[in-house]
Design a protein around this ligand. Sequence first.
Ligand SMILES: C[S@@+](CC[C@H](N)C(=O)[O-])C[C@H]1O[C@@H](n2cnc3c(N)ncnc32)[C@H](O)[C@@H]1O
Length: 324
Amino acid sequence: MVKLSNLFDKLATRFHAECQLEFSPKIPGYMNKPADSYALVIETDETNALILAETLVDWNLGVHLPEGAGPARLEIFCATRAEAESRLKALKVLAPQAQFGAPTIKPVERQDWAESWKQFFHTQRVSDRIVVKPSWESFEERPEDCIVEIDPGLSFGTGLHGTTRACLRFLDAWQRRQPKAFVLDMGCGTGILAIAAAKLGFPRVTAMDNDPAAVRVARANAVINGVADRMECIQADVARVTLAELKADQAYDLVLANLLADILIQWADRIIAAVSRIPGSGLVLSGIMEEQYEAVRSAYMARGFVEQESIILERWKTGCFRRN
Ligand SMILES: C[S@@+](CC[C@H](N)C(=O)[O-])C[C@H]1O[C@@H](n2cnc3c(N)ncnc32)[C@H](O)[C@@H]1O
């Protein structure tokens, strides 16, 4: 049995860094699939699959990694047979060290594709009360449950990634302590954190992202989840953002920033400026690999924050901080 987990991790990490797509551990790249497609199918072992994956992530193509025993199998989706052939040629040039047998090119039915990826996204309880659910599943909720309906899409944040789950856990706990908090989700992706905040009952929530597609997706998800009236979605860049740009008349009691360690450190002053000056105001910092965490933590401790708690999920460490 080939362990593909390293490959999945690698893809997920790379794409987290690019902050474009969230890859489930089993079906990366599902969203780039055009209507009529061909799959370039390569069977190899885990080591060589990793080498190929390095090249594939740079191409930002749809890649399917079917589960199961046997050799690692990559299905690379292309619009035409000619594209599949030229991708194969390019792969051989760009990853000459990768060893694999004779690849095949097969046509892929749209229907197969549309339905097949659904098996990888299921309802999951992420925290005490927050349950993330795709639209095609039903779920028997408990009285206190907060159901966030998110379908996989083009923006990061379907609730599967460890950084998102950790943020949701902190959010859930924070709501019990400070239910009236004014909440900001910096780098909102699908809007999952902001939507969960609104659905937990926080009265005012802002979601912001520098990617206009993410803002559109977040807005649509807010409508689907029935919280559009309490959730402002704004396109803004952490590097320059001001409260005025966020249409906020005051700084936020709780800021969630699932970005990247580098961004969190470089723009620490900007991020902190969004947090209320009232002692005890909260800041959740995520998108940090375990080994980068200390540098992020120090940057914020030096600026008057104390670490309250941290969670490690799949080698990503998320910290919950309070203003001193
Ligand atoms: C890791 S995703 C987090 C998504 C979601 N909040 C979650 O927790 O799942 C990071 C998001 O930050 C956005 N982002 C990256 N750099 C940014 C910047 N400089 N300003 C605003 N948003 C940024 C990306 O577009 C992406 O949607």
